[in-house]
Write a protein that binds this ligand. Structure first.
Ligand code: NZQ
Ligand code: ZN
Length: 394
């Protein structure tokens, strides 16, 4: 049964080789004059991408300032620096050159420029977002889907709090996607990306209630494609089609397509569990998701084993025994084995963290926003459940 929905994807996508050379003219079309070029630590500089971007801006007669230094799990302090810089320089367009962390940092700067006052208040749910400065992105990593999503995830160093917020106003005006830009990724980051892409669809797939047939089938096709292309890229990181499939999947997995018509936005507990791991231990997001997913799945699958069984059949081509509980467990094992086969961790030890009981308690408490919420939709999870899942992963 199909549930009513609104599907809003205003991002113009420019996909293909050399697409980044269009960046200047794309911003000019939006009648903006001065650009913040925001980027990460070193990859965009080293590859020469940053030079190509600034050349294109200059050719289009645009002024620009640059701010690098965004780190994975992007920090609030750099967001503050970006806001001050943009105000001082009269910037009217924000260009992210990088992966999810750079795009999310840009979105936060955009909120800070649009409103007076402290930008963290939005992430802390103290104030509601009313708008955002215009943003564009040049994507260098297929993973988070921020290039087409409404989300931004920022870490506040004060308390190590990693928080996400959603606002349609922050969706990129355009996103430039040249799969060749991802050739330089280390295999670990490529595979973290594959996990995160799959997870954005799996979070929408495992839910309580009704789903739409077309959406289920789109979701399963996307998951199979990402799984197959992860293997392609493991063998050959320069496979253009492998990179192209991964990049487009990144965007489609998190722009709402694979959840449209379903009766809820999905589960999202694995993501929330991971965000606290990222906040406390600064782990890569995709690796953290892989490390917590199996424990989550084993904890919740009994709520609806046939959903997991269907997942195993359609994503991992598992033969069905007809015993849904057995088939569900086989699906969870196939997923865990897949993560291992692409060298992703499937528990805390493999992730390289060893949280103490007090740290597990603290992460669970933070997950509940200090007692203000429970997690999950496939199964509703209280703080004690979250502690149990973290302990299973340890
Ligand atoms: O800083 P540089 O030198 O660029 O290195 C980066 C970084 O170390 C490197 N990298 C990026 N492109 C590269 C490259 N290295 C070589 N060649 C390239 N072409 O990759 C590392 C990771 O980058 P990052 O942007 O952190 O990765 P990702 O795209 O996975 O983003 C992760 C962040 O996004 C959040 C995560 O929580 C995490 O903070 N998420 C954002 C979402 C959203 N806004 O919709 C949804 C997600 O669920 C997720 O929570
Ligand atoms: Zn994610």
């Amino acid at each position: 049964m199909t549930t009513d929905f609104t599907y809003y994807t205003p991002t113009k996508v420019i996909f293909g080789k050399g697409a980044e050379r269009q960046v200047g003219s794309l911003i000019k079309e939006l009648h903006c004059k001065k650009v913040l070029v925001h980027y990460g630590s070193s990859s965009a500089k080293k590859s020469g991408l940053l030079d190509r971007i600034t050349e294109s801006l200059a050719e289009a007669g645009l002024e620009y300032v640059t701010l690098g230094g965004v780190v994975p799990n992007p920090r609030l302090s750099l967001v503050h620096e970006g806001i001050s810089l943009c105000k001082r320089e009269g910037v009217d367009f924000l260009l992210a050159v990088g992966g999810g962390s750079v795009i999310d940092s840009c979105k936060a700067i955009g909120f800070g420029l649009y409103h007076e006052g402290e930008v963290w208040d939005f992430y802390d749910e103290k104030r509601k977002i009313k708008g955002c400065y215009p943003i564009g992105s040049v994507l260098t990593l297929a993973a988070a889907g921020s290039e087409m999503s409404s989300s931004s995830v920022i870490t506040n160093e004060d308390g190590n709090l990693k928080r996400g917020i959603n606002s349609d106003s922050s969706r990129c005006r355009f996103s430039i996607m040249n799969p060749e830009l991802t050739y330089t990724l280390p295999s670990y980051q490529t595979m973290c990306g594959a996990v995160d892409i799959m997870m954005h669809t799996m979070e929408r797939y495992f839910l309580k209630g009704n789903t739409m047939d077309l959406t289920d089938e789109l979701a399963e096709a996307l998951l199979v494609t990402v799984k197959n292309n992860a293997y392609v890229l493991k063998d050959n990181p320069h496979d253009y089609d492998g990179r192209a499939n991964m990049m487009w999947a990144s965007s489609l997995s998190h722009n709402g397509l694979t959840g449209a018509g379903n009766s809820s936005p999905g589960d999202w507990a694995p993501h929330q569990l991971e965000h606290e791991m990222g906040g406390m231990f600064d782990v890569a997001h995709g690796a953290g998701l892989a490390a917590i997913w199996t424990s989550w799945a084993l904890y919740v699958y009994k709520e609806n084993p046939s959903r997991f069984a269907r997942f195993g059949k359609n994503v991992f081509s598992l033969e069905q025994s007809g015993d849904s509980e057995k088939d569900a467990l086989a699906a969870i094992k196939a997923t865990t084995d897949f993560f291992s086969s692409i060298e992703m961790p499937t528990n805390f030890k493999e992730l390289g963290i060893d949280p103490s009981p007090a740290q597990i308690e603290e992460m669970a408490e933070k997950c509940t926003f200090f007692g203000k919420r429970t997690l999950g939709n496939f199964m509703n999870l209280e703080k004690e459940d979250l502690i149990a899942i973290y302990k299973m992963a340890a």
